[in-house]
Design a binder for this molecule. Sequence first.
Ligand SMILES: Nc1nc2c(ncn2[C@@H]2O[C@H](COP(=O)(O)OP(=O)(O)OP(=O)(O)O)[C@@H](O)[C@H]2O)c(=O)[nH]1
Length: 319
Amino acid sequence: MKLYQALRNVDKFRTVFDFGGRDVAHWFPGHMAKGLKQMRASLRSVDCIIEIHDARIPFSGRNPVFQETLDVRPHVLILNKMDLADLSSKQRILKKLEKDGVRNVLFTDCLKQRHDNIKKLVPMVMEIIGSTPRFNRDENTNYCLMVIGVPNVGKSSLINSLRRTNLQKGRASRVGGEPGITKAVLTKIQVCERPIMHLLDTPGVLPPKIESVETGMKLALCGSILDHLVGEDIIADYLLYSLNRLGKFSYVEKYDLQEPSDDIQYLLKRIAVKLGKTQRVKAITGVGNITVTLPNYTAAAYDFIRAFRKGELGRVMLD
Ligand SMILES: Nc1nc2c(ncn2[C@@H]2O[C@H](COP(=O)(O)OP(=O)(O)OP(=O)(O)O)[C@@H](O)[C@H]2O)c(=O)[nH]1
């Protein structure tokens, strides 16, 4: 995509997104409150909290209930899916997090077979625990960590990655493409032999109250809220708005457009035609029956969102 071509359009892009008076209350399934309660109850036996969040939204959608635990236990924030994130402003992110009291941050890509930062986690945790008086069991050399995070952020993948790295063992935790796959509450899984370290895997929990519709939309875009609860069409529109705002125009070439567009209907039509996601519908008109070809907007929206989540539309920073 030629930059000058794209820049010609910049004035045409929306500068704010119209959420159309949406209410996020129903995006938070009730069963998550139960998960949170169980996690709180288990905190006593935990030496360190590993909070995992999406690197594309380092400030949005972290559960404030998790943040409360920061004062209670040592804490590491893992910003996962770094392969999908534009980390050119990494220093700004780290500074802002530090201002918010988050000092131990690690960026990870859990899909990589061997990732250096995954190797760093155990030593980092040991150092943090070592510099904090151990609360409950001075003599005990076994460590217990709790992994927390919003749905679909990669908790299971992290655990599997740690086991691969530290124990040369395979999968212990089921990885899923849909939010809410980790259903069994608090499974204890060993991730290291020396020292003996266990992790409590927890179900993904969303904040009880999502701070704004925009935060909800960012969580949805990153796959933490079931698409149909929010609506594929609006997620796709928010994605287009975000890509344009960030100047990420690789969708133009991918979908054979002439130039960037801010019109989601137009884009979805093009995607539907390109991918053959169209339906032939019989229409009865005043002059007889005709067959028209209609784009399947929902299927096209889904494809657009999926391409983004696979990283095919470029790396982004949504915060
Ligand atoms: N690109 C990318 N994808 C990842 C990464 N880590 C995990 N994923 C993918 O994200 C999806 C969710 O991963 P899981 O490990 O099941 O996430 P989870 O947090 O355990 O999910 P819940 O059980 O729903 O809470 C899967 O499709 C993973 O393959 C990463 O570092 N990069």
